[in-house]
Design a protein around this ligand. Structure first.
Ligand code: AMP
Length: 425
């Protein structure tokens, strides 16, 4: 047993899995950048107060925050999510609205670690600030949907709901509280505790004992103001017009307190019930104001990378690959020719790897096979003597010996042209 291991709820994302994460973010960026979203990189920690705005009825704030006092006496927290930081950034820098940004990075929540639930987990997401147009809700929701489609996921469903404006939401919460109290003895002990903290979250209970009480609970639609109801109807109509399939679920409340009006969640039916929400988001009109900025509407979503990749595995899509190497150099003389040749090939835009420590021809050829390269360039004693190299196709085993000076041209014509890397002059 080594002295140290990763702490509970954290993991090393090893290769080739880590490469898959990078590719995931690359595809995400290409989808959302095609809609005018630009990358934003907020800090990983902020003053605790930034995240306290997520609401004191939120587990993320009350139980799960990684917070500490720094050497300057500031009360700091590792970010549990990105939205509050994005709103803080908006309030601080006052960009011209609409401000459309995307991000990717880790969040930290002191949760009970289990499959699909980590204490450090990664998300990609977008936020659009400064417009309350329902067409923006449609764009945001549809982009998340399009991204899942591009990954190849087919068993993802979209749930949407409206939580109304602040007043609608608090009237609804009151009605829920009165209702749940009237049937409190039928609720599970856990749901009874949740009721004390946040009646809305009782709707999230997946315990069979709570199901029938929840089924008869009042619905949010009866509490929506005319404006909120019209907004929601436009969002639904917009999604229908884009052929994005969705289900209205009036029990969808989501974990964070700041949501207003539109909320939505992407559910992977291939995953276990407890971890099948692969992403979600909603409107948070009011959050920028809470953080000291101007009154600003906003909407966005965050998609969990860990869970979305679990869904990809379950559906056998977006497979994990290793970066492709063009050429593996086998130098059985003293290794210096491999160093020079690999350097020259890489500068010309080829990817090249090699073996170390003067291994035997057999062991280097095995390493060449393992590398996934299509071609081995072999330099043995006789090649070194007459300035040649042997180029071996590792799938057909065909090989020819050519002058080293002709290698690059030969590779260009067999595996295709490469763009030289830029050099400083
Ligand atoms: P949230 O920020 O809570 O709205 O969550 C958005 C998405 O992030 C969820 O749908 C999950 O995919 C992912 N997520 C949230 N919490 C965790 C966690 N503790 N571990 C892994 N993924 C998470």
């Amino acid at each position: 047993m080594p002295s140290f291991q990763t702490t509970p709820g954290t993991r090393d994302i090893l290769p080739p899995q880590a490469g898959r994460w990078r590719e995931f973010t690359r595809i995400f960026a290409s989808v959302v950048e095609s809609a005018g979203f630009e990358c934003l990189i907020p800090p990983m920690f902020e003053e605790l107060g930034v995240f306290q705005r997520l609401g004191d009825a939120t587990d993320v704030v009350t139980k799960e925050m990684y917070d500490f006092t720094d050497k300057g006496g500031r009360h700091i927290a590792l970010r549990p999510e990105h939205t509050a930081s994005v709103c803080r950034a908006y309030a601080q820098h006052r960009p011209t609205p609409p401000w459309k940004v995307w991000y990717s990075g880790s969040n930290f929540r002191y949760e009970k670690a289990q499959a699909g639930r980590y204490r450090q987990f990664d998300q990609v997401g977008i936020e659009a600030l400064g417009a309350d147009d329902p067409q923006l809700d449609v764009e945001v929701i549809a982009l998340g949907w399009q991204f899942y489609q591009e990954l190849g996921l087919r068993d993802v469903t979209l749930l949407i709901n409206s939580l109304g404006d602040a007043g609608d939401r608090s009237r609804y919460v009151q009605a829920l509280e009165t209702y749940f109290r009237s049937r409190i003895s039928e609720l599970s002990e856990e749901a009874q505790q949740t009721l004390e903290r946040n009646p809305l979250r009782v709707l999230d209970s997946k315990r069979p004992q709570d199901a029938s009480v929840i089924a008869d609970a009042p619905s949010i639609s009866a509490f929506l103001s005319d404006d909120a109801a019209t907004h929601f109807a436009s969002v639904c109509a917009g999604l229908t017009a884009l052929d994005v399939p969705f289900t209205v679920n009036e029990r969808l409340v989501r974990g964070l307190d700041y949501y207003r009006r539109t909320t939505f969640e992407y559910i992977a039916s291939s995953l276990d019930n407890a971890q099948n929400a692969v992403g979600g988001g909603g409107r948070y009109d009011g959050l920028v104001e809470d953080l000291g900025g101007p009154a600003t509407p906003g909407i966005g979503f965050a998609l969990g990378i860990d869970r979305t990749l679990m869904a990809c595995d379950a559906e056998d899509v977006f497979a994990c690959g290793s970066p492709e190497i063009d050429v593996f150099i086998v130098d059985t003389v003293d290794g210096t020719r491999a160093t020079a040749l690999a350097h020259a090939l890489r500068q010309s835009g080829f990817s090249a790897d090699r073996a170390y420590e003067g291994r035997s021809m057999k062991s280097q050829m095995k390493a060449a096979d393992r590398s996934g390269a299509g071609i081995a360039v072999i330099i043995g004693g006789s090649e070194a003597e007459d300035g040649t190299c042997t180029v071996r196709n590792l799938s057909t085993s065909e090989q020819i010996t050519i002058p080293v000076g002709e290698l690059q041209q030969h590779l260009q014509s067999t595996i295709g042209p490469r763009e030289p890397r830029r050099r400083s002059s």
